[in-house]
Design a protein around this ligand. Structure first.
Ligand code: ACO
Length: 434
């Protein structure tokens, strides 16, 4: 962050003296006006609910150009990482800043593989849940509960603790997601098999059973790895900001990531993949492709409360680059599984086509986001709808932990504490009190 050539001047119509504020430039992206001294100098706060114009931190991890539809992890375009990368190398990149060389990559893969098992006690904790509990309710509990098992790595101010917690979280999330699935369907838990790749191992823990050998399908393995890469980080989104805010109090990384899982669950965020598939299912039940027009009229009617799930984004005002890649993956997976004529995929393409030609969506710059196609791919792989957001959480864990560790290492880091404009009652007395 460096001082820009210009300064910002804030003046007031009531004659109060104007004040100057420094402007900083990042490496790319909009400059920022530094308002930290504003309250001290004027007694006023800024007001920006939803953070529409507020940078909450400086970060060197992920950059999005929403107008261009560009996403960079540590400077590398998402398309290049998705086409030539591997999820664990991407994790290394996000955590450490550069892609690993061959030895660093082998060592990192080994390190993560060494931590895939969870404490055996974890399954007894899991068994306290109802079998029909939503997997995100289970995941919020399980991830938070990890802090009870790793007292040796919960000091967020200790860089070694932060490092080992990051590895543990990345390694154990697939095991926990698969366990929550197996529990729901009443099958035995599958222990991790460390000779497999990260995504191959997840497929086996999800779909393998102890009485049979499980052969990993390389097309599905690659597709899953790509889903993980596409979801690995997305700068200061709602769940990442939640992790940062939660971690800013000094709480342990497992607790902070559990807060991220809880935030991701909402349908306006990671829960959109589940909501999108439910929406396509509803249109299918209404009559399928012939009813898309009717459904779109509901979406455009502000009083209906119906939104086109998987469309729109706070930052992207162009096609979400992850949605393009996800559509390619969708084609590959459906072809591999002989599902090219999948009615849901055809319906999704029709919805997308109509929306992209409709003035309501065009004028508001609403395009498909990553969640529009990810549900179709996951469903084809065999992942149940209510686990989609759990898979997203698994993949995003590295982003959360990389951002948390970056915050703790930032010399300007302070506990996050937003201010407010109070609109309630001024002081008054309880009847009978003076
Ligand atoms: N369907 C219909 N209209 C929409 C949609 C949508 N999916 N998204 C935005 N709009 C409309 C809004 O009603 C608003 O219209 P107006 O200007 O006439 O009032 C305009 O587009 C701008 O939308 P906002 O809600 O102001 O945009 P915001 O940045 O606050 O919200 C969000 C972004 C939450 C993603 C929104 O687009 C949405 O709810 N989309 C559907 C849910 C979804 O797919 N979420 C996943 C996001 S990606 C992720 O988290 C991984």
């Amino acid at each position: 962050m460096k001082l820009a050539d210009n300064k910002a001047t804030l003046s007031f119509s009531n004659g109060s003296p104007s004040i100057e504020m420094p402007v900083y430039s990042g490496s790319i992206g909009p400059d920022v006006i530094d308002i930290r001294k504003l309250y001290g100098q004027t007694g006023m706060f800024t007001y920006d609910p939803g953070f529409l114009s507020t940078a909450s931190c400086q970060s060197a991890i992920t950059f999005i150009d929403g107008d261009k539809g560009e996403l960079l992890y540590r400077g590398y375009p998402i398309e290049q990482l998705a086409n030539h990368g591997d999820y664990l190398d991407t994790c290394y990149l996000l955590l450490k800043g550069d892609l690993p060389d061959a030895k660093q990559s082998t060592d990192f893969h080994k390190l993560v593989n060494n931590h895939t098992m969870v404490n055996e006690q974890m399954q007894f904790f899991l068994r306290g849940f109802r079998r029909d509990a939503h997997p995100m309710a289970v995941m919020t509990g399980l991830v938070g509960a990890l802090s009870a098992f790793y007292h040796d790595s919960t000091d967020i101010t200790n860089p070694e603790h932060r490092e080992i917690s990051a590895i543990r979280l990345i390694a154990k999330l697939p095991t926990l997601v698969a366990m929550s699935y197996k529990y729901g369907i009443g099958q035995p838990f599958m222990y991790p098999q460390n000779s497999l790749s990260y995504s191959g191992n997840f497929l086996r823990m999800m779909f393998g059973v102890p009485c049979e050998d499980y052969v990993v399908n390389p097309v599905l393995e690659r597709a899953l790895d790509r889903i993980f890469i596409l979801h690995a980080d997305h700068e200061q989104n709602a769940s990442t900001s939640t992790v940062r805010l939660c971690g800013s109090s000094g709480t342990n990384p497992f607790a902070a990531v559990a807060a991220g899982v809880a935030c991701l669950w909402g349908p306006a965020h990671g829960g959109a993949n589940e909501a999108c598939l439910k929406m396509l299912d509803d249109i299918q039940r209404m009559g399928g492709i012939s009813k898309v027009g009717e459904f779109m009229e509901q979406v455009k009617d502000k009083n209906s409360g119906v939104k086109l799930m998987g469309f729109g984004h706070r930052v992207y005002k162009n096609y979400d680059p992850r949605a393009k890649l996800m559509q390619e993956t969708c084609n590959e997976v459906l072809a591999e599984l002989g599902l090219e004529n999948d009615p849901m995929f055809k319906l999704a393409k029709q919805v997308e086509k109509i929306a992209l030609e409709d003035d309501y969506f065009v004028s508001r710059k609403l395009y498909p986001n990553v969640d529009f196609y990810s549900g179709i791919v996951q469903r084809a792989i065999g992942i149940p709808v209510n686990l989609f957001t759990g898979v997203f959480a698994l993949a995003r864990t590295v982003g959360w932990i990389a951002q948390l560790n970056e915050m703790i290492g930032d010399p300007e880091y302070k506990i996050g504490r937003p201010r407010q404009m109070f609109t309630g009652s001024p002081r008054r007395n309880v009847p009978g009190a003076k």
